[in-house]
Design a protein around this ligand. Structure first.
Ligand SMILES: Cc1ncc(COP(=O)(O)O)c(C=O)c1O
Length: 467
């Protein structure tokens, strides 16, 4: 019979799932909407749960879902990638997309889900890209990026990060940090290689590692350690298969800005075991309260072991442009160039023209004003949330998220987020999406309009009071 099948991750084998959860899982796993179904009592005793008109069935003991596809317009006999089927959706993008859909339907939603600032891209950067398009800069560029763009990235690294980079051999244009990460992992991983990631961590790290045939190993960031790793924790996680450590600073979602000492702990392990450290730094300019961003490559002995991911998504409110770069040693960069040739050909030409202006020039007043405003918003949001009984929240050192402790409320982060959206039209991200450690948290993006922030806060307050 024509079924497409996939593994449902993290499902205990002997659990009978409620219908709603099966429907959601079927949806997540197959990527197709689950057809209408009814619970068929008794069937689950034979270890099979049949859904509706036998359109789908879940076999808990094997962790498998079989999903009949003959009601769907696709070739019934082509099986899909297990790696992709078994992966989870990006909760941030999924929820942000859901909000977009609700807004298209005319609903008012207070959207604090994905990390997207309210402001538009600064005008002088837009002008640069428009001018480039008008002057015919609409053709493909070198795979590693235009000379002008890479030189601008090198100027930025020198000006802001104390790094002297060779734009010819050490910088590769990427479509943001995310695509830079995929290319970097492709450049270094062999099947079965392990990559250490933080828990909680950005939602795409684990899936990307799995897509590429690697294995992720989580090492918890503990609240009692200030959401920082201890050297011993990393040492314990290292095996002969360990190829890299991914760390994010300023950190999404906890808001920690890693200090020189934090980085030294990781650098010690990297040098001792000869492994890469990939630092994901889209929030590097969003640092508050006098905190200072430091790049791993500036530590003694770390230049050749570091792979730095930077982008304009957050700091310049340029998420839709999809632009960033990877700074890595010559050896890695050569592989990255080859990968970009095959994966994307190049980052869009006129996008690079705008990017060259953003990175190459000192930030104009327009951008500095954004950052000043963001700090005020983050402080206001986190202070106000902390005043709501049942919630605990602190001002982050960097980034623009409130990482809100909901442990007093006796509700899972997933349910909190779902209910808040359903009942109050407020979108947030459940902490569990970032890892096990996040189960008692929700993440809130603070950099929205003042009106949205204040009205959203009222709704959150009302919701928590009603729990
Ligand atoms: C930690 C982290 N890394 C990477 C990204 C993606 O960044 P980019 O838009 O530069 O790909 C995000 C947010 O979207 C993020 O929070």
């Amino acid at each position: 019979m024509p079924f497409t099948s996939g593994v449902i991750p993290y499902s205990p084998p002997d659990r009978v799932w409620p219908v709603r959860s099966i429907k959601r899982k079927a949806n997540d796993v197959t990527g197709y909407p689950c057809p209408s179904f009814r619970w068929r009592s008794g069937v689950e005793r034979s270890n099979r749960i049949c859904l509706g008109r036998r359109d789908a069935m879940v076999i808990p003991n094997s962790f498998k879902i079989q999903y009949r596809t003959n009601s769907i317009n696709m070739n019934d006999y082509v099986s899909l990638s297990e790696r992709v089927i078994s992966s989870e959706q990006s909760s941030t993008v999924r929820i942000a997309d859901k909000v977009k859909k609700l807004k298209e339907q005319g609903k008012t939603v207070f959207d604090f889900s994905a990390g997207r600032a309210f402001e538009a891209t600064p005008k002088y950067v837009m002008e640069g890209a428009i001018q480039a398009m008008r002057s015919g800069d609409t053709h493909q560029t070198m795979a590693k990026g235009t000379t002008r763009y890479r030189e601008a990235c090198a100027i930025k690294l020198k000006r802001e990060n104390n790094i002297i980079a060779d734009p010819e051999t050490e910088i590769t244009a990427s479509m943001g940090c995310k695509q830079g990460l995929t290319a970097s992992l492709l450049a270094i991983l062999n099947p079965g290689d392990e990559v250490i990631v933080e828990d909680p961590c950005f939602v795409s790290y684990k899936q990307t590692i799995q897509y590429l045939g690697g294995r992720y190993v989580t090492v918890p960031l503990l609240r009692e350690n200030g959401w920082r790793w201890k050297r011993e924790q990393l040492e314990e996680a290292i095996t002969e298969k360990t190829k890299a450590i991914i760390m994010c600073t300023p950190h999404n979602p906890t808001g920690v800005v890693h200090t020189q000492e934090d980085l030294e702990e990781v650098a010690y392990i990297a040098q001792k075991h000869n492994i890469f450290v990939i630092t994901d730094e889209p929030y590097e300019r969003a640092v508050w309260n006098g905190h200072h961003h430091i790049n791993m490559a500036t530590l003694p002995g770390m230049k050749d072991l570091s792979i730095t991911l930077m982008s304009l998504t957050k700091s310049f409110s340029m998420g839709g442009w999809r632009i960033g770069f990877v700074y890595a040693n010559e050896h890695v960069s050569r592989q990255l160039e080859k990968l970009q040739q095959h994966l994307i050909t190049c980052v869009s030409s006129f996008v690079q023209a705008g990017g060259a202006i953003a990175f190459g020039q000192d930030p104009h007043d327009e951008v500095l004003e954004y950052w000043t405003e963001w700090e005020k918003k983050v402080r206001h949001f986190t202070t106000s949330l902390n005043e709501i009984e049942g919630l605990k929240c602190y001002m982050p050192e960097g980034g623009f998220y409130a990482w809100v402790d909901i442990s007093e409320l006796d509700i899972s982060s997933e349910r909190f987020a779902n209910q808040l959206l359903e009942e109050e039209n407020v979108a947030v991200i459940p902490g569990a999406s970032f890892g096990q450690v996040g189960e008692d948290y929700i993440r809130i993006t603070c950099v929205k309009s003042w009106d949205e922030i204040n009205r959203g806060l009222e709704h959150i307050h009302g919701f928590v009071q009603g729990l």
